[in-house]
Ligand binder design. Structure first.
Ligand code: BG6
Length: 472
């Protein structure tokens, strides 16, 4: 196999603020939507209060990143640590915390690669005007971004605006959508989505205006969908699934307007968002510099014809596996050709090669993978080892797929597996682990959050050292 990774390839790893930091109300930090949701969850005891306790372990954690050989670290800033109520006073202690982290990374020759918003909207903005439902939220976000650019932009050149706007938008609790009437609810969702697009554009322009050499882009939850059969309807449903879950979002960033099929959908559902004069120019002028993509699995769909049970354009309540729009219904199916993780993600390295090719061919923008990993339970042995060969296997096959995509001609400049260390999973606390480094705590017992390098850590260290060459 030829090694196609460029010499300057960014080998890294990822995390996000609410999933690792802890210190949730320390030194003036405000509560976020992510805190709020993690506190109310009843089936697990782990929440964002301590998480992996990065807030108190950042120095040793970054030392371990250095030892791993990481070239970049993709992490997020907590908006509510910088501005506790979202749009008021700046919290100097928050700025100082991230200054320490950034300076330490640079000392260790690791490029800081920062996401501004990873699911953790300041909760005060929800109380004030239900967050993204209000246009004011876009301006509050732009102000927060400008503060970050001013404080950190001399040292941080690479920024992601929102993590997975396209996925976050579909999850009511992340967006704080509590409306129960389904028509009103979808209208709110469409308006929130639009405000996030506006915020993305304002922030992209601010980055280019304020940071010399600044580069900025979105991190999307990438979607690759296969048709269950070669029936044209199934092929169509797979296409719809991609377009309505991810492509519309990238097209909006790229072209500065909703693609035709999406606008037709918004019109048909009578939920075209309120847009103000001048917005179109702002959104069109904001040019992303790269596309970051999170990739875990692929999906498979089957078309469902409209009938009495699936009436044109109506959502079937409580039936999450069915998606719909005025073009019809489709159902997510199991792909018999793929193995699934214990949590049901259909593992598919070739899908990564496919999506890299698709995005490259469509947008011709540099690509970086900002999340990719296997979430599963790990066993800590008595002599404090974690033999996670299943994770090594997963990472190896995905790295090989990137190598192939580069050979196909795609410009891929980095790979950041999820996650550097075990962290608070969105739904399964610490039962589901993704890290290269084990964090010794459980959902019910905080223990001492000791850091223990897993076998995958040592394996990835060799991969980085050999610039992607897999030497068993
Ligand atoms: C991504 C998110 O969608 O998936 C991460 O950006 C998240 O924040 C990851 O942790 C894995 O999902 P989960 O539910 O297994 O934590």
């Amino acid at each position: 196999m030829s090694n196609n990774f460029p010499k300057e390839f960014w080998w890294g790893a990822s995390s996000s603020a609410f999933q690792i930091e802890g210190g949730w109300d320390e030194d003036g930090k405000g509560k976020t939507v992510a805190d709020f949701n993690s506190f109310k969850s009843s089936d697990k005891q782990a929440d964002s209060k301590v998480a992996s306790d990065f807030y108190h372990h950042w120095n040793e954690d970054i030392e371990m990143m250095k030892e791993l050989g990481m070239k970049t670290y993709r992490f997020s800033i907590s908006w509510a640590r910088i501005i506790p109520d979202g749009d008021g006073e700046v919290n100097q202690a928050g700025i100082e915390f991230y200054n320490k982290v950034i300076n330490k990374l640079l000392e260790c020759d690791i490029i800081p690669f920062i996401t501004l918003y990873h699911f953790d909207l300041p909760y005060a903005l929800v109380e004030k005007y239900n967050g993204w439902q209000s246009r004011d939220c876009a301006y509050a976000f732009e102000r927060y971004a400008r503060i970050c650019f001013k404080e950190f932009g001399d040292r941080v050149k690479y920024w992601v605006v929102h993590n997975e706007q396209n996925l976050m938008m579909r999850v009511d609790e992340r967006m704080n959508i509590t409306e129960t009437d389904s028509v009103k609810k979808e209208k709110i969702r469409a308006q929130m989505d639009y405000h996030m697009f506006l915020a993305h554009a304002l922030t992209t322009n601010a980055c280019h205006e304020m940071i010399e050499g600044g580069k900025i882009g979105p991190a999307v939850s990438s979607t690759v969908t296969y048709p269950l059969s070669n029936k044209p309807e199934d092929v169509w449903s797979a296409r719809m699934n991609n377009q309505f879950k991810t492509d519309y979002c990238l097209d909006m960033h790229f072209n500065g307007e909703y693609p035709g099929y999406y606008m037709a959908y918004l019109k048909e559902q009578d939920m075209v968002p309120v847009m103000c004069e001048g917005d179109a120019e702002i959104i069109k002028s904001a040019k992303m510099d790269f596309i970051a993509l999170n990739y875990y699995r692929t999906l498979t769909t089957r078309y469902l014809p409209s009938d009495e049970a699936h009436k044109k354009g109506t959502r079937i309540e409580g039936f999450n596996e069915v998606d719909y729009n005025m073009y019809g219904y489709w159902m997510i199916e199991k792909n018999e050709n793929l193995k699934a993780s214990e949590y049901g993600a259909q593992i598919d390295p070739i899908g990564l090669r496919i999506v890299l090719n698709e995005y490259w061919n469509r947008y011709h923008l540099p690509l970086i993978i900002t999340e990719n990993g296997l979430g599963t339970a790990d066993v800590l042995t008595e002599d404090k080892k974690v033999h996670d060969d299943y994770r090594i296997d997963y990472l190896k096959n995905h790295i090989l797929a990137i190598n192939d995509a580069i050979e196909d001609g795609c410009e891929v400049f980095g790979y950041c597996p999820w996650s550097f260390m075990d962290l608070l999973s969105s739904h399964q606390g610490f039962k589901k682990r993704y890290g290269l480094v084990y964090v010794d705590r459980t959902d019910f017992d905080l223990k001492d959050v000791e850091r223990i390098k897993k076998d995958s850590y040592f394996w990835y260290q060799k991969v980085i050292k050999n610039n992607g060459e897999i030497i068993e």
